[in-house]
Write a protein of this length. Structure first.
Length: 549
C-alpha cells in the first residue's frame, strides 16, 4: 500500500475535460488586472482543467463516515491503509524558516490586520481566506493584492484618523489558508462553471509569490482546511506537483500543514501525512471546526444530543483523545503538531475580566505544551505574549519533532465518545446570538467578528447553527423544561434581531440582520442539515458585475 496510486500526478488527476476561456464576472475592483493577469488566468484555467473532475468526484464521495454511524456501526481506521500506519517513514524535513512555530496568529487578509499580525511577535501569520474571510469579490481580490505587497515588504496602511502602519524589521513567517474543497468562486468561470475556490486562492497566491518568496529565503506555505479523506490530501499533492512543474519550482517547494478539523480526517492522520509527505510540514488541531464536524456526523443518529457549546472544552474526552493522537502521529512522522485556537481577546476597561480571559488562554496553552504540541494559535496580537511565555518556558528548543513520546493506543471508541452535559435555555440564546451576529457580519463583508469577548469565525457559527438543528430535530428539551422546537428558535431569533439592531454600532444594518435570521431559521427548519453555512449563504454575497476579462 506504500504508494500514492498509479501514474504521475497529472495522469491520476487529469481527465478529459477541455478548458475554455476563463471569464471574470465580478464588479470592478482596484488592482484586478494585476491580480488576475493573463498568465494567472491561464494557470487557473489549467488547474481547473486537470483537477476539477477529481474534486467533484471526491466531494460526491463524502458522507461515508456519517452513513456508518447512521447504520449503528463504529467507524474505524481504514483497512486498506494499514501498512501506511504500521510502516516506519517520515515526511520531508521542514524548511529552516518554519522550524520554530511556537505561536501562530491567524486572521483575514485585510491590510491593517496583515501588518499588525506580521509585527505581532508571533512566529507565523496565517492569512485566512477560509473561516475568517467573507469572500466578497472585493475582499478576495484586495486580499490577494495585500499579500503581494506583504511578500515584497511594501505593504503600508493609513487609518482614517491618519495613523500609519508599516512592517517592522522582524516579521512573522507568512502562510496562507485557501478556501476548502467544497466552496466555489462564482465570479470566475470556465465554460460557465465556477472555478474551485481552493484552486483560485491557491493558484493566484502561488503564481504571484512563489519565486519572490524563494528569492527572500522562504517559500509558498499553506494551510489546507476541512479535508475528509486521504484521497483529498492526495489531490492537493497532485496539485502541488503539477504547479511546481508548471511554474518551474523545485519539487517540494510548496509546503502545507493540514488542519484536522473533521472527524473522518482524525481517523486518517497517518494517511494524510503520507499522501503529502514531500510537501507536508505538519497537522493542526482545528478544534472548533472539529467540534462542528463531530456534531454534524451524528446528525442522523436519534437520541444523540450534545450539550451547550461552553461545556465542550478541550478537556472533554473525545477532544482530548483527538489532540493526543495528533501529537503522537506527527512526532512519529517527523512533522509539527500545532495546537488549536485561543478565541479570547483582550478586554478593555475591565481589568478583572481581562485577567480572567488571559488566565484561560494561559491554561489552554499550558495544556497544549504539556501534551507535546510544537506550537499553538491565537486570534489577537494581544495574546501573543501570553502564548509565547508558556511555550518559551516549557519548550526551549525550536520544536519537539524529534522527541519520542510514550506510545498511546487511541481507539475509535475514545475518538467517538459522546460527551455528557446539559442543554439550557441560555445555551439556545447563546447559539442563536452567535450564529445570527456572525452571519449578519459575514453577509456585510466581515468574516472575523468579536462576540462576547471571543473572536468568532465561521467555525463557531457552524457549531451554533448545527446544535440548534440537532436539538430541534432530535426532540431536545432544555434543562428548564420546554422543548427546543421551531417556535422557540423563531422567538429567540426575533429577540436577538431586536437586541442587535438596538445597539448603536448596528443601526442601519436591518437588511443583513433580517437576511441572516431568515437563512438560519430556514436552515434549522429543513429536514436535512445543510452541510455548510458559508455555502448556504454564499449566493447572497455574489456580486454580479460587468465582464472584466
Amino acid at each position: 500500500m506504500l504508494d500514492s496510486g498509479g501514474g504521475t500526478p497529472s495522469e491520476r488527476s487529469a481527465q478529459p475535460f477541455g478548458v475554455g476561456p476563463v471569464e471574470v464576472r465580478g464588479p470592478e475592483v482596484p488592482r484586478t488586472g494585476e491580480v488576475l493577469s493573463s498568465d494567472v488566468l491561464s494557470f487557473l484555467g489549467s488547474l481547473h482543467e486537470r483537477f476539477e473532475p477529481m474534486r467533484r468526484e471526491l466531494l460526491g464521495a463524502r458522507g461515508w463516515f456519517r452513513e456508518a454511524l447512521r447504520r449503528g456501526d463504529v467507524p474505524t481506521f481504514p483497512s486498506e491503509t494499514q501498512e501506511v500506519r504500521t510502516a516506519e517513514w517520515k515526511v520531508a524535513p521542514c524548511p529552516e524558516d518554519l522550524a520554530d512555530r511556537r505561536v501562530e496568529i491567524t486572521g483575514p487578509p485585510e491590510r491593517k490586520m496583515i501588518i499588525n499580525a506580521l509585527n505581532s511577535g508571533a512566529r507565523v501569520y496565517m492569512a485566512d481566506f477560509e473561516d475568517a474571510h467573507a469572500p466578497t469579490w472585493k475582499g478576495t481580490i484586495t486580499g490577494q493584492a495585500n499579500l503581494i505587497d506583504a511578500v515584497r515588504k511594501t505593504i503600508a496602511y493609513t487609518s482614517p484618523e491618519g495613523r500609519e502602519y508599516h512592517l517592522s524589521d522582524q516579521v512573522a513567517r507568512l502562510m496562507v489558508r485557501p478556501r476548502g474543497w467544497h466552496l466555489p468562486e462564482s465570479h470566475v468561470l470556465v465554460e460557465d462553471r465556477p472555478i474551485s475556490a481552493s484552486l483560485f486562492d491557491f493558484g493566484v497566491y502561488l503564481h504571484h509569490n512563489a519565486n519572490e518568496l524563494r528569492r527572500r529565503g522562504s517559500g509558498p506555505y499553506f494551510y489546507l482546511p476541512k479535508l475528509e479523506h486521504y484521497l483529498e490530501a492526495r489531490l492537493w499533492n497532485d496539485v502541488f506537483c503539477y504547479s511546481e512543474e508548471r511554474l518551474g519550482l523545485p519539487p517540494g517547494t510548496i509546503r502545507a500543514t493540514v488542519l484536522i478539523e473533521t472527524v473522518p480526517a482524525a481517523f486518517q492522520m497517518d494517511e494524510i501525512l503520507w499522501e503529502l509527505r514531500t510537501h507536508s510540514v505538519g497537522l493542526n488541531c482545528g478544534r472548533w471546526d472539529y467540534l462542528f464536524s463531530f456534531i454534524k456526523q451524528y446528525r442522523d443518529v436519534p437520541g444523540v444530543l450534545f450539550p451547550d457549546r461552553d461545556q465542550l472544552t478541550m478537556s472533554t474526552a473525545f477532544l482530548t483523545a483527538y489532540s493526543r493522537r495528533l501529537v503522537q502521529v506527527c512526532h512519529r512522522r517527523g512533522a509539527h503538531a500545532i495546537g488549536g485556537m485561543a478565541a479570547q481577546i483582550p478586554i478593555k476597561g475591565n481589568a478583572a475580566a481581562n485577567e480572567d480571559a488571559l488566565a484561560k488562554v494561559r491554561a489552554d496553552k499550558e495544556r497544549e505544551v504539556r501534551n507535546g504540541h510544537d506550537g499553538t494559535w491565537v486570534a489577537h496580537p494581544g495574546l501573543v505574549p501570553v502564548a509565547l511565555s508558556v511555550f518559551n518556558e516549557h519548550m526551549p528548543d525550536a520544536n519537539r519533532i524529534g522527541t519520542a513520546l510514550p506510545p498511546e493506543n487511541i481507539t475509535p471508541a475514545e475518538l467517538l465518545a459522546i460527551p455528557p452535559g446539559d442543554i439550557t435555555l441560555a445555551g439556545v440564546h447563546r447559539n442563536a446570538k452567535a450564529a445570527l451576529r456572525y452571519t449578519a457580519s459575514w453577509l456585510g463583508g466581515n468574516g472575523c467578528v468579536p462576540i462576547e469577548n471571543l473572536m468568532e469565525d465561521a467555525a463557531t457559527a457552524e457549531i451554533a447553527r448545527t446544535q440548534l438543528w440537532q436539538w430541534v430535530h432530535h426532540g431536545a428539551r432544555v434543562r428548564e423544561g420546554p422543548p427546543v422546537d421551531l417556535g422557540l428558535i423563531g422567538e429567540v431569533l426575533l429577540e436577538e434581531v431586536s437586541r442587535y439592531l438596538s445597539e448603536a454600532d448596528h443601526a442601519g444594518e436591518a437588511p443583513v440582520v433580517e437576511a441572516a435570521s431568515r437563512i438560519l431559521l430556514e436552515s434549522v427548519a429543513r429536514d436535512e442539515l445543510d452541510e455548510f453555512l458559508t455555502l448556504l449563504a454564499y449566493p447572497e454575497l455574489e456580486e454580479p458585475g460587468s465582464y472584466i476579462r
